[in-house]
Each structure stands twice: as structure tokens, then as C-alpha cells.
Design a protein around this ligand. Structure first.
Ligand code: F6R
Length: 364
């Protein structure tokens, strides 16, 4: 049941810290700070290219995975939605490898992608939440997200659990390919292990996020901006808002704003920015300043250091815990999902069963 929560989605949002802890413990040794992966169906040191295929939020997790794997393992990654991947007749390398990501493990387009990949001689690893699912069974190997059953149609804890698995894979691949030293691995593992407690701290900021939701609920259109591995999280924020509150939202790479969407900006459009301090901060902050200069209502998620610069022009700044850059996509996914939840509650929509959507999409 829902326990003391109003919706399954609310309950599942509050399971983020536990699920992240469980999933990380599965693949990361907290004592030695080493990633421990089960035997994979391919040798990450010997592949030249990796294909990632998924749908919806799972695809957005895959996009984050691409940033991480390319960064840490120097392995070229192609990530695409299954419904495009399967029809574009992609050239695939000999002895190539693929990762499929899915909560249900039953999504029709991704099952078709799986069969196509196997026919093309690719070794397929799936990251799934349902161990007995078709995808887990038909893949050459499966890594489980330890998210437990997800009832709300909009994916929440399964998404962050997918990110946790992909983060461990990126570190494991980096080590296998000799791109990461033991020291690097330990440092990255350490920031991952801090995610669950920071996730709990973010859930404590519920009242602040509810205040932001009250503003967002009045909007007709909302823009989410992020850069680097936070760009897919901006897409996740927009997807979740559309799906459960029915407000039109778009996610954009912060640097792309000036190539089109800036034309939309006026005092009616909330611009929700994911902008932690770090190497990409200055560039994103200047994109946001441009939006503010055009009357845009900038509402930023950042950390204490970023808040100093952003509060000069942002209408609202929500200060999140500061964590190593590597782990921020996992952490920042939580407040954007929570925001969508509160907006939907304010709008009075059917949060757990949004119109026209199914939990498991078994049609193509
Ligand atoms: C978004 C959402 C969907 C699913 C997508 C894939 O909140 O829930 O976009 O992520 O339908 O489903 P799975 O992961 O079961 O393949």
C-alpha cells in the first residue's frame, strides 16, 4: 500500500535514499571503494563502441550513462531511443556491445532493439528492475536495479537506480580500460556513496520545492535547462512535468537556448535551471543571465557556491547539497521529479495514473 503517503509516486520519491543505497551496495564495496561487477557478457577493454537503447526516462538515464562512460572509460557511446534505433539500420561493429535500460523489461520497442542487436552479433547487457522480465531473460547478461516494485506510472526511483548502476559501470569500464587509477576510482566511489544521505537531505527540502511548484503550476510553458550530464536531467524534469501535470515543458541544453528557444522567453515562462558549481557553471550562468535580461523568470537549482552568483538575477534559488561533479545528475534528478509531483498535486491530476499513459508499453 501507500502507507502514509497520498500517492504511490510520493512514496516512491521518498524511497530514493534507500533504493540508491541498496543499488550502490550491490555493485560497490563501501570498504575498499571498489566497483564489483558480476561477469559481463563482453570485455569492456576490448570493445570499440557501445550502443545504448531505451525509451522514455530510461533513455534519459542512458544519455547520462553516455556522458559518464565516454568521460571515464574513453569509450565511444551511441545512445538512442529504441523506436529510432531499430529502424535506422545502424552500422554495428563486429563483436560490438550494447546496453539496454528498462524498468519493466517488457517495453516492445526495446525488445525489438534487443532482437535486432543479437541478430547483428552484438553482446547485450540489460539494466532492468524486473529480474524475470523478457529483457532480462533474452539478454546475454543482466544487471538489476534494486528499486523494488514501482507502481506510479511516472518512473522515479527506478530512474535514479538506473543512474546508480550506470555510474558503477562507467567506473568499472574505466578501470578495465586502464583509464582510471585506483585513486580516481576511490574518489568517484566516495562521492557515489554520499548520494543516499544527500538524497535524504533533498527530500527534507520539500516545503521549498512546494513553493516553487506553486509558481510553476501557474505557467503554460516551462523550460528546463542543463549542461553536460545535467542536460538529460533537464529533459527528465520536462518529461515528468508534461506527463503528470499536463503543463507543456521542454528540456534544452543550456548552450542551445540562444539557437531558438530564447524566442519563447518572456515574463510568463519559468526557466528552471540545473546549475551546480563546477567547470560548466560560468557558461550556464551566463546563458541564464541572458534569459533574465529578457524578462525570463529564472529559477535555479544549485549549491551554496553557485547560489552566490545566481541570486543576483534569479527569481528563486534552491540550494542543494554540494557533491562531487560525477554524482550530481543522480542528486539533481530528485528535486525535478519532486517538483513535477507537487505541480501535479496542485493541478489535481491523477498523479499515479496520468491520462493516456501505461506503466509498461508493450505496443510499438
Ligand atoms: C517516464 C516513464 C516512461 C518510461 C518508459 C520506459 O516517467 O515512466 O517514459 O521510462 O516508458 O519504460 P521501461 O523503463 O519500463 O522500459
Amino acid at each position: 500500500g501507500k502507507g502514509n503517503y497520498r500517492h504511490f509516486m510520493e512514496k516512491e520519491l521518498h524511497e530514493h535514499p534507500a533504493v540508491l543505497g541498496d543499488t550502490l551496495r550491490q555493485y560497490l564495496d563501501p570498504k575498499t571503494l571498489e566497483v564489483r561487477l558480476p561477469r559481463l557478457p563482453f570485455d569492456p577493454a576490448r570493445i570499440t563502441r557501445l550502443t545504448i537503447s531505451a525509451c522514455g526516462s530510461a533513455f534519459l538515464a542512458g544519455m547520462v550513462g553516455r556522458y559518464w562512460i565516454e568521460q571515464l572509460a574513453r569509450l565511444p557511446v551511441d545512445a538512442d531511443v529504441a523506436s529510432e534505433f531499430r529502424y535506422r539500420n545502424p552500422p554495428l561493429p563486429e563483436q560490438g556491445a550494447a546496453i539496454l535500460i528498462s524498468q519493466s523489461g517488457e517495453t516492445a520497442d526495446n525488445m525489438a532493439a534487443l532482437r535486432l542487436l543479437k541478430e547483428a552479433g552484438q553482446r547485450v547487457l540489460s539494466v532492468v528492475n524486473v529480474p524475470e522480465s523478457s529483457m532480462a531473460r533474452e539478454s546475454d547478461g543482466a544487471l538489476l536495479t534494486v528499486a523494488g516494485p514501482e507502481i506510479g506510472v511516472a518512473s522515479t526511483k527506478a530512474f535514479t537506480a538506473q543512474l546508480a548502476v550506470l555510474a558503477c559501470l562507467a567506473i568499472g569500464f574505466g578501470r578495465a580500460r586502464r583509464e582510471l587509477s585506483t585513486l580516481d576510482e576511490g574518489r568517484l566511489a566516495q562521492t557515489l556513496l554520499e548520494v543516499p544521505s544527500h538524497a535524504a537531505a533533498i527530500l527534507e527540502q520539500d516545503a521549498q520545492i512546494r513553493e516553487l511548484a506553486a509558481e510553476v503550476a501557474k505557467a503554460r510553458d516551462v523550460l528546463f535547462l542543463g549542461r553536460g550530464a545535467l542536460y538529460p536531467i533537464a529533459l527528465e524534469g520536462a518529461l515528468k512535468l508534461k506527463e503528470i501535470s499536463y503543463i507543456h515543458a521542454e528540456g534544452y541544453a543550456a548552450g542551445e537556448m540562444k539557437h531558438g528557444p530564447i524566442a519563447l522567453i518572456d515574463s510568463e515562462v519559468p526557466v528552471i535551471a540545473l546549475c551546480p558549481s563546477g567547470p560548466l557553471f560560468e557558461k550556464t550562468a551566463s546563458n541564464l543571465q541572458e534569459a533574465a535580461a529578457r524578462g525570463g523568470r529564472v529559477m535555479a537549482f544549485t549549491d551554496a557556491e553557485g547560489a552566490k552568483a545566481l541570486s543576483r538575477f534569479a527569481e528563486r534559488v534552491i540550494v542543494l547539497p554540494q557533491l562531487g561533479e560525477f554524482s550530481t545528475p543522480i542528486l539533481y534528478a530528485i528535486p525535478v521529479q519532486l517538483l513535477a509531483y507537487h505541480v501535479a498535486v496542485l493541478k489535481g491530476t491523477d498523479v499515479d495514473q496520468p491520462r493516456n499513459l501505461a506503466k509498461s508499453v508493450t505496443v510499438e
